[in-house]
Design a protein around this ligand. Structure first.
Ligand code: PXP
Length: 243
């Protein structure tokens, strides 16, 4: 099978984290989105959290106005976020689990256990022309649940893989590869993300069915030392070399 080009979505949340540390308007995540667009990134990902700790409501429209790159809005499955998504109509909405006290999105969405709550939400987003993605653990039950929810996309959580080492990492990689293949076989486009770095991205990027990686924290951290454009270009190069 000839692998398709792997898209790179850049999560710019943590530019806003630094901005918010001082309460002003610098550094502006919109400028980050413009740089990502100018250096060949394929999309912008932003997570509007319930507590607005990084991206804020007004950032969404500003990001959408500043670049023509597709915006992937990460959102919790709440009525508030649904209304915001329907108002802004991002290219994609990635439904993520969200717990107020967590530092980052720690686990996958329980699409299997929450079918009845998620179903109407997914349908309303799809009816509005928004491509729905479910951020799930690489687990067969969750892929089957995504099929029942008619989600066109799943994003496989790579956190377990990123944090494991040795044999455990190899086992996590196999789970990612198997679930990407299962999703694709059932007509769902598989994406992946969370905790990806220059050091661990290539085995994931080599999974042929994956269509997109979403990467944030590491790229923004690297950007502090070398600039956002070189960081994005280096990640792009590593991804391309792995295919
Ligand atoms: N994909 C999803 C659905 C996420 O929630 C996150 C973290 O916000 C990412 C990708 C990016 O993860 P990281 O910041 O660890 O690269």
């Amino acid at each position: 099978m000839m692998p398709q080009r792997l898209r790179l979505g850049v999560n710019i949340d943590h530019v806003a984290t630094i901005r918010n540390a001082r309460g002003g308007d610098h550094p502006d995540p919109v400028r980050a989105a413009e740089i990502v667009a100018a250096c060949g990134g394929d999309g912008i990902t932003a997570h509007l959290r319930e507590d607005r700790r990084h991206i804020r409501d007004e950032d969404l429209a500003r990001i959408q106005a500043a670049t023509s790159l597709p915006l992937n809005l990460e959102m919790a499955a709440t009525d508030e976020m649904l209304a915001i998504a329907l108002r802004h109509k991002p290219h994609a909405a990635c439904i993520v689990p969200e717990r107020r006290e967590e530092r980052t999105t720690e686990g996958g969405l329980d699409a299997a256990g929450q079918h009845n709550r998620l179903y109407p939400m997914v349908q309303r987003l799809l009816d509005a022309g928004i491509r729905v993605s479910l951020f799930i653990a690489p687990d067969e039950r969750q892929i089957e649940a995504a099929m029942r929810l008619h989600a066109p996309v799943v994003e496989l959580h790579t956190g377990e893989y990123a944090h494991a080492s040795g044999e455990a990492r190899a086992a996590e990689l196999k789970r990612l590869a198997d679930m990407a293949a299962l999703a694709a076989k059932n007509g769902i486009e598989p994406h992946a993300g969370h905790g990806l770095t220059y050091d661990n991205v290539q085995p994931v990027a080599a999974i042929p069915q994956l269509a997109e990686l979403n990467i944030g924290h590491y790229l923004i951290g690297e950007a502090i030392f070398c600039g956002l454009e070189p960081a994005v270009l280096k990640m792009r190069e590593l991804m391309d070399a792995a295919r």
